[in-house]
Design a protein around this ligand. Structure first.
Ligand code: ADP
Ligand code: MG
Length: 650
């Protein structure tokens, strides 16, 4: 009959700096199937080291290990994990139960790796075998040490191992529990289970069939007190070392269970992602809303509008200086109207900033000097009061029309018509209120004051030039040709030198303006979104931080999971799933928060927001990726832990 275990010349050397410590010194040993062996000896003699080598939790420095005819000395880590999973059951002095699993789940834990899922029902008959059928749903902290150790024995049996390894199984137990545990072990042996046990108590050791004594890493005696139980020899067929593939669903169930076992910590890391995602969603909603507002406003102005403005001339000419601007006058508007039959109407305007005061209220606004034609071209409507008269313009009367924002800031709901306000220290009478237009992107179109164009020129800004001419053209005009012709006309009229003719005057059509405003809105949106995305990354770092703490805290648990057969990959997946779940939960909650926020902004502030599906999808994917990315490092750290070092970690 061949031995179940055969160790040949096993040596284990620990190197600590310069010192080499030989813990096992050429140990050779055979253990037969069905035997019950006790390894005894003083503390530090190498019992646990030998046990860990037999249990494949550690590897020897030299020597050969044959198990059931298989040479496993050269197995790699994954092969050893599979070997432990299917052939071995461990019982530890410290029980090593998972604190957030009840008894039945603890017993079934190895099934997670051998079969891909934890089936508590399979624990029941094992729990009754160790006399704990009534404790199935108790957590470890609700059980005595003896009960916990019996749960651990049931766990060791669940995969029907060939060999049970018990390192000081009674070391932490009172004498009553000690008796119960030994009884169970003897029963198991009587049923044919091979058991190797470490103990330093003689009365425990005497209950075995064979006692091996060690000292200083060597076997010093090997005595048999009871004969090897004789059983008909059965041809043992090797179990197939197949991977139990954890289903995605089981992964998530396990991840959720772990996360729920530490609610505050999980909540905090979810919060980090939540804030990041919510701000990204809100910022993108504001950006998209701005875009849409611009579009609707521009389209309300009509497609047949051109804007003539002056440009900066880069090249010097005879009549101009480099860097100066060409000058535009109100007369140019009339000249354009007369010259081109396609031009239906032309409106001059000039613009400046002004400090506006009403009683104790102060506001800084945009002041526009406009003529009669301006309202129609810009689709501005007077809501209350009236427009300026021709006479008021000629006489440079100090009258003003105010936009909704200015009205709100200065009058706050009270009557404004007929009141006097100061613009840049000059008194103006309010003769009308403009209809609200809403904001266009990040620019408030209602933050404006209109004054007669002559008043603006002479009384407010002290100049005779204007800033732009809005030109309305007949419906079926080809604008590209007209734009060019207008520029040529103005260049000739103002005697602009050839070198500067390209830049002196600019003619914008609606599409140009749309593009220009959109570009600036987009820049703003991108900027804000990037800032929001940074907070999302900070949230991700939060996840990483918490996962790293979690790996540290659960080092012992990782050691145990590896002992019962988890591969590095299993552990990696476990931690990755946890951080991805945090990312996803934070993502979903963040999207909901962001959407709510965008809706509230839309309703209660002047900002128009619009939530796009794309932004929601992007944020979701992003939070998932954040969870994955920032989970990888902690998960890898966990998966690389050495089983025996992890188990020993305090
Ligand atoms: P015991 O017979 O008490 O179970 P061990 O097998 O645990 O003894 O330890 C045997 C010797 O090996 C001890 O002197 C211990 O200090 C040493 N030892 C165990 N593990 C390590 C390690 N990871 N690094 C260095 N020395 C170790
Ligand atoms: Mg020991």
């Amino acid at each position: 009959m061949s031995a179940l275990i055969e160790l040949k010349d096993i040596t284990k050397v620990y190197t600590m700096g310069e010192n080499k410590l030989t813990v096992l010194d050429h140990v050779s040993l055979k253990i037969d199937e069905g035997d019950f062996v006790a390894i005894m000896g003083p503390s530090g003699s190498g019992k646990s080291t030998l046990m860990n080598l037999i249990g494949c939790l550690d590897v020897s420095t030299s020597g050969q290990y044959i198990f059931d005819g298989r040479d496993i000395s050269n197995y790699n880590e994954d092969e050893l994990a599979l070997f432990r999973r299917h052939e071995l059951g461990f019982i530890f002095q410290q029980f090593n139960l998972l604190s957030y699993f009840d008894a039945a789940e603890n017993v079934a834990l190895p099934l997670l790796y051998s079969e891909g899922r934890i089936e508590k029902e399979k624990s029941n008959h094992l729990l009754s075998r160790v006399g704990l059928e009534t404790r199935a749903d108790h957590l470890p902290r609700e059980m005595s040490g003896g009960q916990q150790q019996r749960v651990a024995i049931a766990r060791a049996l669940i995969n029907k191992p060939k060999l049970i390894l018990a390192d000081e199984p009674t070391g932490n137990l009172d004498s009553q529990s000690e008796k119960q545990v030994m009884e169970i072990l003897r029963e198991l042996n009587a049923m044919g289970m091979t058991i190797v046990m470490v103990t330093h108590e003689d009365e425990i050791g005497e209950q075995s069939n064979r006692i091996i004594r060690m000292r200083d890493g060597k076997i010093i005696s090997d005595t048999r007190n009871k004969p090897l139980p004789q059983r008909p020899e059965i041809e043992v067929s090797l179990k197939e070392n197949k991977h139990g593939v954890l289903s995605l669903e089981e992964h998530f169930r396990q991840g959720m269970k772990q996360l729920m076992s530490n609610k505050i910590r999980t909540f905090l890391s979810v919060l980090g992602v939540l804030i990041g995602v919510a701000s990204v969603v809100t910022m993108m909603a504001i950006g998209t809303g701005a875009q849409k507002a611009i579009e609707s406003q521009l389209s309300s102005m009509g497609a047949n509008l051109l804007m003539v403005r002056t440009g900066v001339m880069r090249s010097a000419g005879a009549a101009t200086q480099a860097g100066s601007t060409a000058l535009l006058y109100e007369e140019d508007a009339d000249a354009l109207k007369n010259k081109f039959p396609q031009i239906v109407d032309a409106a001059s305007s000039l613009e400046g900033r002004g400090q506006v005061v009403y009683k104790n209220k102060n506001w800084n606004s945009s002041i526009l000097g406009v003529g009669e034609e301006y309202y129609d071209l810009r689709s501005m409507k007077v809501m209350e009061g009236r427009k300026f008269t021709e006479e008021e313009n000629r006489k440079r009367a100090r009258v003003a029309l105010i936009g909704a924002t200015v009205y709100r800031e200065l009058f706050g709901g009270k009557n404004a018509l007929g009141e006097f306000i100061k613009i840049n220290k000059t008194n103006f009478q309010v003769v009308g209120l403009l209809e609200e237009k809403g904001s266009s992107g990040f620019r408030d179109q209602d933050d404006v004051i209109l004054v007669p164009i002559e008043t603006a020129k002479r009384r407010l800004f002290g100049r005779t030039t204007i800033d732009s001419i809005d030109v309305q053209i007949a419906n079926d005009t080809d604008t590209t040709d007209l734009e060019e012709e207008i520029r040529t006309f103005l260049n000739t009229r103002h005697k602009i030198p050839v070198a500067s003719q390209e830049e002196a005057f600019r003619v914008w059509n609606m599409a140009d303006m749309k593009k220009a405003i959109e570009a600036s809105t987009q820049t703003m949106t991108v900027l804000l979104t990037v800032i929001a995305a940074i907070s999302l990354v900070v949230g991700g770092i939060g996840i990483m931080n918490i996962m790293l703490v979690s790996v540290k805290e659960r080092t012992k648990e990782i050691g145990l999971r590896k002992a019962v057969g988890a591969t590095g990959r299993d552990i990696l997946n476990q931690f990755l799933v946890e951080s991805v779940v945090v990312g996803i939960v934070g993502g979903v909650m963040g999207i909901l928060t962001g959407v709510t926020f965008a809706i509230v902004l839309n309703a209660f502030s002047g900002w128009s927001t619009s939530i796009s599906i794309v932004s929601v999808v992007i944020s979701f994917v992003f939070s998932l990726v954040i969870g994955l990315l920032f989970g990888v490092y902690p998960a890898r750290t966990a998966s690389k832990l050495h089983p025996i070092e992890a188990l020993r970690y305090e």
